[in-house]
Ligand binder design. Structure first.
Ligand code: NDP
Length: 334
């Protein structure tokens, strides 16, 4: 079983007198920087001079160029999109990282796929919140915390674990538990869960919508049933609270029976063959190669796919339902 770490296992004192440089001030960068500052750490920001840079100033941070922040940082949190990291690292960071610094990633991607190769004299670690950036800040402020995966790939200083856990604690990631993992495990499970979970849910939603609308039912009613009403938000919340199976008890017996008796018919066990193909693409690096080419091509396939999906009738209906739900009670149809 993986080790689990809590607040009591981490000591912020190991970061005393250390400069923590957050490279990238986006979803994760901003939230983690604010949390660490609130935890009493000396935080600086490295970013290009654009709107995120201005945001850092507005938040009272001290932004620098990426190169300058790298040169100053004892602890470096590299928090920009994974597909741009290798280029930024090579151009602005590789020659400036101090010996004995600790380079921390928010995702195992570039170390697992060896697209970034840090020098031997540097600690290499991962603090990967299992939470979107906005939730990292909100749940820090509320005191709730969020689960995190932590790993050390290279312990050059002998202090890498202590520093990694201290950073995890400072962002709020050891409040409810930080699981020990590896760069490989975090990368593969994260990519697989988002591709299979997110991808199949998108496909299932479109298939369900098409089937009911082709059978003659009102598209707006169907969209409301599927996700427009917001009921799904409550369902996901209850899954987290009670577990996947026990949360079913909050549904009517008719619904419970319908779900349990149809689940395996909809996604039969044989579908695992496809899942294994997708898993192989991730583990072998084939997906990472495809994604790197996509970035080189200015995300042209992604834009095409987004446009193709965007033409689906569901999204026109979605707009109408959202407008209707935002309407005040005293407003009537024109
Ligand atoms: P964002 O897309 O929010 O990162 C934006 C930041 O990256 C901005 O500071 C932006 O600055 C900078 N940036 C983007 N492109 C470039 C470039 N070409 N050159 C220089 N700077 C650039 O990233 P996330 O916060 O979503 O992700 C950061 C890391 O956290 C990733 O490793 C991700 O896998 C991980 N992670 C993300 C989660 C999430 O929910 N988002 C969850 C857990 C981990 P500029 O304005 O200059 O473009």
């Amino acid at each position: 079983m993986a080790r689990r770490f809590y607040d009591g296992d981490a000591d912020l004192a190991v970061l005393k007198d250390q400069v923590v440089a957050v490279i990238g001030y986006g979803n994760q960068g901003r939230s983690q920087a604010l949390n660490m500052r609130d935890s009493g750490l000396d935080v600086i920001v490295g970013n290009r001079g654009d709107s995120y840079y201005e945001q850092a100033i507005a938040d009272g941070m001290t932004p620098h160029s990426i190169a300058e922040a790298t040169a100053q940082g004892d602890i470096l949190l590299f928090l920009m999109p994974d597909e741009v990291q290798p280029e930024v690292y090579q151009e602005h960071m590789a020659d400036r990282i101090k010996d004995g610094a600790c380079l921390i990633f928010g995702h195992g991607y570039n170390i697992f796929y060896e697209t970034i190769r840090p020098p031997d004299a540097v600690d290499v670690a991962m603090v990967a919140p299992k939470m979107i950036g906005e939730g990292v800040r909100r749940r820090f402020e509320s005191g709730e915390g969020f689960p995190t995966l932590v790993a050390v790939e290279q312990d050059a200083t002998g202090n890498a674990w202590a520093r990694t856990l201290a950073v995890a604690k400072a962002i709020g990631g050891t409040r409810i538990g930080a699981w020990e993992s590896t760069f490989e495990e975090e990368t593969v499970t994260d990519l697989f869960a988002e591709q299979v979970g997110g991808g199949s849910s998108l496909a299932a939603t479109l298939n369900t919508f098409e089937t009911l609308v082709e059978a003659g039912y009102d598209p707006e009613v169907v969209q409301l049933e599927l996700y427009g009403s917001g009921e799904m938000v409550e369902v996901v919340r209850s899954v987290r609270e009670y577990g996947l199976l026990d949360s079913l008890k909050l549904h009517s017996p008719t619904s419970q029976y319908g779900q349990l008796s149809r689940a395996r018919r909809l996604v039969p066990t044989e579908a695992k063959e496809t899942l294994n193909v997708i898993l192989d693409e991730i583990r072998s690096g084939a997906f990472a190669e495809e994604w790197a080419k996509e970035r080189e091509a200015d995300y042209s396939n992604m834009e095409r796919l987004r446009a193709e999906f965007g033409e689906h009738l569901l999204f026109e209906v979605e707009r109408k339902v959202r407008e209707a739900l935002e309407r005040k009670p005293d407003q009537t149809d024109e």
